[in-house]
Design a protein around this ligand. Structure first.
Ligand code: ATP
Ligand SMILES: O=C(O)[C@@H](O)C(=O)CO
Length: 413
């Protein structure tokens, strides 16, 4: 059986987010960690998770083209480049350069682009991206250390990193439905345009866009557009596609995300009086065996109630640590330590594991030797349970309700 959709995601939690929306809309999906070395059978879509969001553009292009070639070899007819719902990028890329390289490889003339994900508060109107009630440029993303987003006008943002001309399909057109969208694509393409940012403020808009681009070789989007593509293959939302084996084993959370949502989730967990171990980056830097200590601490506590191991901290604490040992060094040390702890927890019997943070998830999944994950039911928008021998939930820093670290396990019972 041929794959219906081939997806390339620029980070790990983003890949899971996309896979989750495809599954909810009725596709059976496998997420692979990097380019697989063997064919994947029995699914409708494969999401290849790369870690290409902030690496040099040339490397991001070459990894993405590698993923495209593998997906083409599986017979995919349509491709999806998953980018962040806050359009994380710089004038150097990587959204524009990767999108143009994929279009060249696919001989595609035109491509629709939208990070809209209304269920998670990301909407695009008149080409401007809103995060909840504020413009992207007024959201916390303006302070992002690697990809500060200081302009909410996505036509301008995309144009700055693309050779081809970028236009807009605005909401007046989108709400008139698929035919009107197709008409505008043809018009913009006829005027020499290569990309259009597409407005979408609710799921209805995304379903219309999904229909309009049924025959397009490529779409560049957050996970939102995924809800509109399975309908083109006669698939409908169902819980069947999200069925996973029964969960077993002890429960644990490993959190290296320092985003506001995760910090709130850590506080909520602590307020429940549940067991938690704080990882101190300064002690790691001083050469202490923090991973060993955490595992000794955890072993006697593993069981039905979840344990939490976290380095998550508020921005002022993180800044202090970064000033003392360097931002890159602190990040790498913490990631390595948390990954070692996650490996030890699984060896000690953890079978249900939540990991918070995209970089942290990448490090943990690599330490666990996971190459593929089957996507299961959604916990919160953008975060599903997955199965890879054990049950895993990879949570984007900004996603999930405050009780996520306890509620997620209840869902598996
Ligand atoms: N206390 C800390 N001090 C300094 N750096 C830390 C600390 N805790 C975690 N880190 C590092 O901060 C980074 C957090 O990035 P990560 O991608 O895991 O989370 P996020 O940015 O919130 O998630 P997402 O990418 O899904 O939005 C990691 O490199 C992690 O190792
Ligand atoms: O689209 C999003 O916001 C997320 O899937 C993501 O990419 C997190 O890094």
């Amino acid at each position: 059986m041929k794959l219906l959709l081939g997806c390339i995601a620029d980070d790990f939690t983003g890949a899971t987010d996309l896979a989750n929306n495809l599954v909810r809309a009725g596709m059976r999906v496998v997420q692979t960690i990097g380019i697989p070395d063997a064919p994947v059978a029995g699914v409708d879509a494969v999401v290849v998770a790369l870690k290409s969001r902030t690496i040099p553009a040339a490397q991001a292009v070459s990894q993405s083209i590698g993923a495209l070639r593998w997906l083409q070899a599986q017979g995919c007819g349509q491709f999806y480049f998953k980018v962040c719902s806050t359009f994380d990028s710089t004038p150097q890329g990587n959204i524009g350069p990767v999108a143009e390289a994929l279009m060249d490889a696919l001989k595609a003339d035109f491509c629709c682009v939208t990070p809209a994900f209304p269920e998670n508060g990301r909407t695009v109107f008149k080409g401007h991206l809103f995060v909840g009630d504020v413009l992207l440029s007024d959201s916390g993303m303006r302070n992002h250390p690697l990809t500060p987003m200081t302009d909410a006008n996505l036509v301008r943002v995309m144009q700055a990193q693309s050779r081809g001309k970028v236009g807009l399909i605005d909401h007046d057109v989108v709400r008139r439905g698929p035919e009107a969208i197709r008409g505008r694509i043809a018009k913009l393409g006829g005027e020499g345009g290569r990309f259009a940012i597409v407005d979408a403020i609710d799921n209805q808009d995304l379903l219309a866009l999904g229909r309009a681009i049924a025959d397009a070789p490529l779409v560049v989007a957050g996970s939102g557009v995924a809800i509109g593509l399975p309908q083109n293959h006669g698939l409908a939302p169902s819980t069947e596609a999200a069925r996973l084996p029964a969960a077993s084993g002890a429960k644990a959370v490993v959190s290296g995300s320092c985003s506001a949502a995760t910090n709130g989730q850590v506080q909520h967990f602590l307020q429940q009086g549940l067991d938690a171990f704080a990882v101190d980056p300064l002690r790691i830097a001083a050469g202490q065996d923090v991973a060993g200590e955490a595992l000794v601490w955890a072993r006697s506590r593993l069981g039905d109630k979840p344990v939490l191991v976290y380095s998550s901290a508020p921005p002022e604490v993180v800044r202090g640590i970064q000033q003392s040992i360097g931002a890159g060094e602190a990040g790498e040390m913490v990631e390595k330590t948390l990954a070692k702890i996650a490996r030890g927890l699984v060896d000690a019997g953890v079978g249900q594991l939540i990991v918070a943070g995209g970089e942290t998830s990448g490090a943990v999944v690599q330490a666990l030797g996971v190459r593929q994950m089957r996507i299961g039911p959604q916990i919160d928008p953008g975060v599903p349970w997955c199965h890879a021998g054990l049950h895993l939930a990879l949570k984007s820093g900004n996603f999930g309700t405050p009780d996520f670290f306890t509620k997620a396990f209840t869902q598996l019972q």
